[in-house]
Design a binder for this molecule. Structure first.
Ligand SMILES: Nc1ncnc2c1ncn2[C@@H]1O[C@H](COP(=O)(O)OP(=O)(O)O)[C@@H](O)[C@H]1O
Ligand SMILES: [Mg+2]
Length: 326
């Protein structure tokens, strides 16, 4: 591939130590590359480790959870081992994150304008007035009506959609090179979701940033991503370009996720499909493939052996033993 990768994650393992002295891997040795200017999806059901991956990249892990192994290369630095002080100057500035629930990311007792302005004052030497003007301009860019008025609003005075726009403005204000969006539209209704995704695409075009779009919704992936990583039980189980993934999905888990997409246009074919069973507990993984208990194609080999991630051609990777007959 000729494109330069902005971020290269290799063998990232994030663990939770238990009282008995054992360690549970919440992120279990993942490789991930984010090319410059592209949007890469990270999809999977709730509990599979998407947010842990995001928090590991941002180095925002709650103790005692920590990065045990692996590297996160960004401009010749390894973020996994960077001193916290240096990480702090990268966070929010070169790399920022939008969280799933905008309310938890905002301080309820400070007006939204001031909060975003503080982000500028923390990283740049500008006057308060200049910073305020930039905030109002950014509020306008993210489609906040009456931005001067909204500048003085408190988070609780705004709708969920407006709060998420504030968070996007906050994440974008220092023009980061890399934006991690952790289910940014999950708490919003579908009309607002469509607006927010359109906004992110537009901002990406004008700012040339790379985005890691985390979602459990393949519809969002279809809308916005260039490449996709499917995550299951702490591991990447499939990786491909978007078109390749949607036309030739290979992992039975990906096939299950696709069958579970509700059809908005056209006739609904009976009940919405759900993948049987649930994600196994990170502390009690099956001996073989982690998906085998839920997989309609599982064989004896799948119960015994752990499949590695193999390349089936053109950078399409899949963690499955099944030979695919085209
Ligand atoms: N603060 C925490 N302490 C212990 N375990 C956690 C914590 N946060 C998440 N986990 C566990 O880590 C796993 C991955 O969670 P998470 O990354 O939040 O999943 P996702 O974002 O894909 O829904 C889950 O098994 C979850 O229970
Ligand atoms: Mg999450």
């Amino acid at each position: 591939m000729s494109e330069e990768n902005l971020i290269t994650v290799s063998g990232l393992r994030t663990v939770l130590p238990s009282k008995e002295g054992r360690e549970v891997s919440l992120v279990d040795g993942i490789d991930l590359t984010i090319p410059g200017g592209k949007t890469v999806g990270l999809v999977g059901e709730s509990g599979c480790g998407k947010s842990m991956t995001a928090r590991s990249l941002m180095r925002l892990l709650d103790a005692p959870i920590y990065i045990k192994e692996g590297t996160i290369q960004f401009h010749g630095q390894n973020l996994a081992s960077l001193p916290e002080k240096e990480m702090r100057s990268i966070r929010g500035h070169q790399i920022s994150m939008i969280f799933q629930e905008p309310m938890t990311a905002l301080n309820p007792s400070i007006t939204v304008g001031k909060q975003v302005r503080e982000a500028i004052l923390l990283h740049e030497k500008v006057t308060r007035r200049e910073a305020k003007e930039r905030v109002i301009q950014m509020f306008r860019n993210v489609g906040i009506p009456e931005p001067e008025l909204r500048y003085r609003s408190y988070p609780h005075q705004l709708s969920g959609g407006l709060r998420q726009r504030i968070c996007i403005a906050m994440a974008m204000i220092l023009e980061p090179e890399f934006l991690i969006a952790d289910e940014p539209t999950t708490a919003l209704d579908v009309t607002v979701e469509a607006q927010i995704l359109a906004l992110m695409k537009q901002l990406q075009g004008s700012h040339k940033m790379s985005i890691l779009m985390i979602t459990h919704n393949l519809g969002v992936v279809a809308d916005i991503c260039d490449e996709v990583n499917v995550m299951y039980a702490g591991q990447i189980v499939e990786h491909a370009d978007k078109a390749e993934l949607f036309h030739h999905p290979l992992h039975p888990y990906t096939l299950g996720l696709m069958k579970a997409i509700p059809r908005v246009r056209g006739k609904m074919e009976g009940e919405l499909y759900t993948i049987r069973g649930t994600v196994p507990s990170m502390a009690q993984m099956p001996a073989g493939c982690r998906f085998c208990d839920r997989c309609p194609y599982a064989t004896e080999q799948c119960r015994r052996e752990r499949p590695g991630l193999r390349d089936v051609g053109g950078g399409h990777l899949v963690r499955c033993f099944r030979e695919v007959i085209e």
